[in-house]
Write a protein that binds this ligand. Structure first.
Ligand code: PSU
Ligand code: MN
Length: 307
């Protein structure tokens, strides 16, 4: 079935960039609506787009506005997503049909954003930290929809690894099983989102944007179905204090359990817990790393044009 173009619109700047073969980087919107506090979230959303431009590419933030998929948002649409009163639903791939059918607003996760970006012909995507296998998943089966979408979507995702609230070792095992390529950028250690090193290694390493681009290009050439994850660590100087991280995480997991938080609410709950309990130190780390990832994704997209 063809795409319903009345429900799928590409911003003119993004459309022109794609048509003329310029570098384009997709950005997700759940981080705006459910990952960062208002009103900082809207300012950060603008900064992330600027980081993509600084790297030489055109940003395409993806969301659903009034039941229409938007690839590239206007400032007014970013405001809607960031407003806690505008009833924005966190949309993973499974939620796309219902939110489009209902005509509501949706903020897309890594899962839904990758799917839409690929449909639009965008090959590069930046986010903060991927979703993955939650701690205790052996009992709850709580595993992010990000994993299976990444298994079947040929896109290059720049991130700071997976969120450190997760079971990182189990997530890496699942990524291996699912055929997702994991590459450290300038590191042999898999980054741990708020921290530079998750304590796990990476199967592959690159040190330049051109090397990162080459992996995606060869993946496409051999038609491997899954994503390439370019995992860029935050610097040790900028990371969250390790002792603070572990203490706040343990308390947050206990609080989530006590409050009966489950399903799609777990990740937003824990991110908000971190921001509150660290006096926004985690927020600053999150903002720093997402801007760095956005810039690197742009540099990779630009490098791909030259190869
Ligand atoms: N990275 C961030 N902040 C976020 C997220 C990622 O720095 O809020 C979002 C992404 O949209 C990711 C989602 O896809 O969290 C994962 O949610 P879940 O664990 O429920 O799949
Ligand atoms: Mn989940």
């Amino acid at each position: 079935m063809a795409i319903d173009t009345s429900r799928f619109t590409i911003h003119p700047e993004v459309k022109d960039a794609l048509a003329s073969g310029q570098a384009v980087v997709a950005l997700e919107s759940t981080i705006i609506s459910h990952g960062l506090p208002s009103p900082r979230n809207v300012a950060v959303a603008g900064d992330i787009e600027q980081s993509v431009r600084d790297g030489g590419a055109v940003p395409a933030t993806i969301a659903i506005i009034n039941g229409v998929v938007k690839v590239g948002l206007t400032p007014a649409e970013l405001e809607i997503l960031g407003d806690p009163n505008s009833n924005v639903i966190k949309v993973s791939t499974r939620d796309l049909g219902p939110v489009l059918a209902a005509g509501g607003h949706g903020a897309t996760t890594v899962s839904a954003t990758s799917h839409i970006a690929h449909l639009a012909g965008i090959k590069y995507f930046a986010t903060g930290g991927l979703g993955g296998v939650h701690r205790g998943a052996q009992d709850t089966y709580d595993e992010s929809g990000d994993l299976v979408t990444l298994a079947r979507t040929p896109i290059t995702v720049t991130c700071a690894g997976v969120k450190s609230i997760l079971d990182v070792g189990a997530t890496l095992e699942r990524l291996e099983t699912l055929g997702v390529t994991v590459v450290g950028f300038g590191t042999d250690a898999f980054p741990g989102f708020y921290r530079a090193d998750s304590g796990f290694g990476v199967p592959w390493r690159v040190d330049t944007a051109a090397q990162a681009a080459a992996i995606g290009i060869q993946r496409d050439a051999i038609q491997a179905p899954g994503a390439v994850i370019i995992a860029k660590p935050i610097s040790e100087a900028d990371q969250l204090d390790l002792e603070l991280h572990d203490r706040v995480l343990a308390q947050g997991l206990a609080a989530a359990d006590k409050a009966g938080v489950s399903g799609k609410d777990v990740t937003p709950f824990l991110l908000d817990w971190f921001h509150t309990q660290t006096n926004n130190q985690s927020l600053e780390v999150n903002v720093t790393l997402i801007n760095a990832n956005a810039r690197l994704a742009a540099e990779i997209a630009v490098a791909a044009l030259k190869s």
